[in-house]
Design a binder for this molecule. Structure first.
Ligand SMILES: Cc1ncc(COP(=O)(O)O)c(C=O)c1O
Length: 466
């Protein structure tokens, strides 16, 4: 650490934080006393895979900034320099006009997304998803007299914290106490084979899970359904890749009923799953809308995008004489130029350092290590994931798959933290099923980093479960 905020200064920072900052997703009750152990944690500095807290303690960050974001790691001066240069040249202008980094990043992004053609800039994953929902709704009004307005979302998926995004939220515990939600969002079953809903396996299971979507469509009336929104790999709902057979059938169903396929790549997008730039690209999916946020600029600037194919874009071009016949939407901070300036450097780093390849290699290595943990610890019921996006589901009994108590999973996370390794877990997401440990180290992770993450988990599992 550079020492700027050490000793007495840092005590002032902690006090200011304790007095005034309302942290995300945190119960503050424990922080109000004078006990220094109840100090809020402040992360002061980061370099590569590591961050340092206010006490100078080093941590290996196995979750890329806590929520799958800092994909190229900390301390990237070239991103900071590109943002600085751009801010001095032009920090902002509303998105009804163009900018140099906006145009150049769009071209670069589209070159990674065959079949897609237009980039709509916004500033958070939730907002990007809202844009997609609004596009689908407006198309319903323009083409189908408003009837084809319903949006399907999947059990266990998450699409954001705003009220419409929560209306498409498949994580019931997250939604408790925030309703009522927006009408016109309809749930379809999840596709998680480990917690099977049908007595099938492998490809047959995948096809059955996709057919379950068709059943919902038929029950609702296909002429009422405008869009289907899915995560390529469910993230906060338990790190769930779909079984074989799922995606081709999903694609068929969307084509059959003229339903726009919206893929939420907020977590998977821009390299996290390895080899391909986007999660959906592993499965041959041809989406109509793709939303992305977290890893787009690795958190160096806020940027999110709703990317569409030309078919969607053209649906808004058909009658220029109608004053309402275009996408009448704005996102103030979608006009910040720091986002695309940072995102261009982020993609360049991934290309130049071969990080898609590293993610595949290290993801495979980490999966092997997690499988070894499963062999060693009966409490590890299942390990899943794609690339450097992995989860380990903890169960108290392998046969019944009874989930461990949330507190027990939290104890594993806390023990890793005490060892200087930050891992995550499903958090107040699915009632009774907040039992999956989550791993998403930066795409620069080495074998040594992964060994340290696995060793910490191994030791924590032994301590908590014996
Ligand atoms: C799959 C997915 N979609 C959307 C979001 C919302 O993104 P944001 O927090 O940037 O609004 C998240 C956030 O965790 C997410 O995991």
């Amino acid at each position: 650490m550079d020492g700027k905020f050490l000793d007495n200064d840092i005590a002032k920072v902690v006090e200011a934080d304790r007095a005034h900052v309302w942290h995300h997703l945190i119960q503050h009750a424990g922080w109000t006393g004078a006990d220094p152990k109840s100090d809020p944690r402040i992360i002061v500095e980061g370099k590569g895979m590591r961050v340092w807290d206010q006490k100078g303690k080093e941590h290996l960050d196995a979750v890329s900034g806590g929520v799958w974001t800092v994909n190229v790691g900390y301390g990237r001066e070239r991103i900071a320099n590109a943002v600085r240069d751009q801010l001095i040249k032009l920090p902002y202008f509303a998105g009804s006009t163009g900018s140099i980094p906006g145009a150049m990043f769009s071209e670069k992004l589209i070159s990674k997304m065959p079949g897609m053609s237009r980039v709509y800039f916004t500033n958070s994953g939730s907002e990007a998803n809202e844009k997609a929902f609004k596009m689908i709704r407006q198309i319903a009004h323009k083409r189908y007299g408003g009837k084809k307005h319903k949006i399907l979302y999947r059990d266990r998926d998450y699409h954001g914290s705003t009220l419409a995004a929560m209306s498409a939220g498949g994580q019931d515990e997250r939604n408790v106490q925030y309703g009522p939600f927006a009408p016109g969002f309809v749930r379809v079953p999840h596709c998680m084979e480990y917690r099977a809903q049908w007595d099938l396996s492998g490809e047959e299971y995948g096809i059955a899970a996709a057919n379950a979507i068709e059943e919902v469509i038929l029950a609702e009336g296909a002429d009422t359904i405008g869009g289907l929104c899915l995560e390529p790999v469910t993230a906060g709902g338990g790190v769930i890749p779909a079984p074989d057979g799922y995606w081709p059938r999903v694609q068929e169903i969307c084509a059959k009923y003229d339903i726009l396929l919206h893929i939420d790549e907020v977590v998977c997008g821009v390299g996290r799953t390895g080899t391909e730039w986007f999660g959906y690209q592993h499965y041959g999916v041809k989406p109509d809308l793709v939303t992305m946020a977290k890893g787009v600029a690795s958190g160096y600037a806020a940027i999110a995008c709703c990317v569409t194919n030309e078919k969607v874009f053209e649906l808004f071009q058909d009658d220029a004489t109608d004053p309402l016949n275009y996408f009448r939407d704005i996102s103030t901070f979608g006009g910040c130029t720091a986002g695309p300036a940072a995102a261009l450097e982020n993609i360049a780093i991934i290309e130049e350092e071969g990080l898609l390849e590293n993610t595949t290699a290290m993801g495979d290595y980490m999966m092997d290590q997690l499988r070894a943990l499963k062999d060693k610890h009966a409490v590890v019921g299942d390990v899943r994931g794609k690339g450097l996006f992995l989860g380990a589901e903890l169960v108290s009994d392998r046969a019944s798959k009874e989930p461990v108590a949330e507190k027990a999973a939290q104890a594993v996370v806390a023990d890793c933290m005490a060892q200087g390794v930050i891992i995550g877990m499903t958090n107040r997401s699915i009632p009774g099923f907040n039992n999956t440990l989550c791993y998403s180290p930066a795409l620069i992770a080495t074998k040594d980093d992964i060994d340290q993450i696995i060793a910490a988990t191994d030791s924590a599992l032994t301590k908590v479960f014996g």
